[in-house]
Write a new protein. Structure first.
Length: 159
């Protein structure tokens, strides 16, 4: 490895955000998972969590664009197991969900260790995740649609 590459890797490692992570609850489309991994890498998130009870999802190499080498994906067999592990690390667990108690994501105190959980492409967040979460958050929308595609939401979220 040349000196320039080594310095770039050291710089990247120093800018990582170990107290911020993402959890994907049964997000199953490889291009969505890969786009989220790529966005996580872009903002310095080096570990994400994924709940895949029935299968292991493969990343789309073209969508991940090499980010899969820098972002660790930890798999969990259930929502309960994932949230339990995250809370044992003193993380606040926020779920993206349109509900009466949901708050604008910009109102959250991100100085606390934080996990943002997003739901499956069609069904969204599960009832179990809603029950176990610390808060529900939303990304306010001004257009006609209520929500963003799961992979796009992280590109707009200025974490």
């Amino acid at each position: 490895m040349n000196e320039r590459r080594y310095r770039r890797i050291c710089q990247m490692m120093a800018m990582r955000q170990p107290d911020l992570t993402i959890c994907l609850e049964e997000v199953h489309k490889p291009h969505n998972v890969s786009a989220i991994v790529r966005s996580a890498d872009a903002v310095g998130i080096h570990t994400i969590h994924a709940i895949w009870p029935d299968q292991q999802v493969k990343l789309s190499v073209s969508s991940a664009a090499g980010s899969n080498s820098w972002v660790n994906v930890i798999s969990h067999p259930s929502t309960e197991a994932a949230i339990s592990q995250l809370k044992s690390q003193n993380m606040q667990v926020l779920v993206t969900h349109l509900s009466e108690q949901a708050v604008d994501f910009r109102e959250i105190d991100y100085t606390q260790p934080t996990c943002i959980m997003v739901g499956q492409e069609k069904k969204g967040i599960s009832a179990k995740a809603l029950e176990l979460a610390d808060k529900h958050i939303i990304i306010p929308m001004v257009g006609m649609v209520q929500s963003l595609n799961v992979s796009v939401a992280f590109r707009l979220d200025p974490l």
